[in-house]
Design a protein around this ligand. Structure first.
Ligand SMILES: O=C(O)C(=O)C[C@H](O)[C@H](O)CO
Length: 318
């Protein structure tokens, strides 16, 4: 297994019409969850990814599992929870550039994940363990589970990748800041956005953030500056890798997960840090071109086409 990830995926309902959701009579059903989005991204790029989770023992849970398994992700460590339902989320396209999400996930099956779901043998055979800051916001059992998963990974030399994925609506600012900083300190690679860095450290200055995350304990800091590009910092220095131009953003949700998939795919393929980030930028850009969290995740030839079209784009070692 190249990467094992842990987290909640929800049935995603999108109104078939734009505008306020209260007027929407019909919805399309999709699936979305940061960690499985990333795992599907890896699978599309030809890698082996496994996803640890719980889903409700209900029709949506079954459909979700079929879907994610069908995308080539290993779901052998996903269990059906007979006492709690699959979580739901709604994505409302109010007007261009104004997309809102509404969760119905309190007490969901995945919020009942706990250290009992951490199988040492499963984690130890992976090269990377990917976790996000959404999971600890779901419940105290989820919060206790992640450090245990990280400990298991570290004992076996599995590289820990942490995407803060701040979801303010799920917990208090204070709790979020404390927990995300704790997890960032445990990770080998962190993938924050500039706004998340600002939330955690009170500055938007990229160099300052790079320094602070390194000081916190990460070996590699990959700092996403949205449509501008991405910074990479490690003990050898820093680089800025520009983003790819995107004409119209159809749906930005899931772009960060796509970035993580592209970046990890690059590392798995042995690319330099800068080229891995460039692949991340490419996947992130492509994800925004389709509606849905995973529908725009590319195959390798799509990534190559975008990167080659922009081959004038150079990595700038700083
Ligand atoms: O917001 C969440 O918690 C989700 O996991 C839903 C989406 O898939 C996710 O935000 C995309 O990154």
């Amino acid at each position: 297994m190249d990467v094992v990830t842990i987290g909640e995926t929800m049935a995603l309902f999108t109104p078939d019409q734009k505008g306020l959701m209260r007027y929407a009579p019909s919805y399309s059903r999709k699936f979305g969850g940061a960690e499985s989005n990333m795992a599907i991204g890896l699978s599309r790029l030809g890698h082996q990814a496994g996803w640890i989770s719980r889903v409700g023992d209900d029709e949506l849970g079954k459909a979700m599992l079929h879907f994610i398994r069908g995308e080539g992700v290993d779901t052998s460590h996903v269990t059906y929870d007979t006492e709690a339902p699959t979580g739901l989320y709604f994505k409302e396209f109010r007007k261009a550039g104004d997309i809102r999400v509404q969760y119905y996930r309190k007490g969901s099956a995945a919020s009942r994940l706990s250290t009992a779901d951490i199988d040492e043998n499963y984690i130890k055979q992976a090269d990377y363990l990917h976790i996000s800051g959404i999971t600890p916001a779901l419940s105290s059992s989820c919060r206790n589970m992640l450090p245990e998963a990280v400990k298991t990974a570290k004992e076996h030399g599995v590289t820990v990748v942490f995407d803060p994925n701040l979801r303010r609506s799920l917990w208090s600012e204070e709790e979020a800041r404390r927990t995300l900083l704790e997890l960032a300190a445990l990770a080998d690679i962190v993938l924050p956005g500039i706004d998340e860095g600002d939330f955690l450290f009170g500055t938007k200055n990229p160099d300052e953030l790079g320094r602070l995350f390194l000081q916190q304990g990460a070996g590699d800091v990959v700092l996403k500056a949205g449509s501008k590009g991405t910074y990479h910092f490690n003990k050898n220095g820093s680089a800025f890798i520009p983003s790819f131009d995107v004409e119209t953003v159809v749906d930005p949700v899931g772009a960060g997960d796509g970035f993580a998939a592209g970046y990890l795919s690059g590392l798995i393929d042995g690319l330099s840090a800068e080229n891995a980030v460039q692949r991340g930028n490419a996947v992130g850009a492509l994800v925004t071109q389709a509606e849905g969290d995973v529908e725009g995740l590319p195959e390798p030839e799509d990534v190559d086409a975008l990167v080659n079209k922009n081959s004038g784009t150079e990595d700038v070692r700083r």
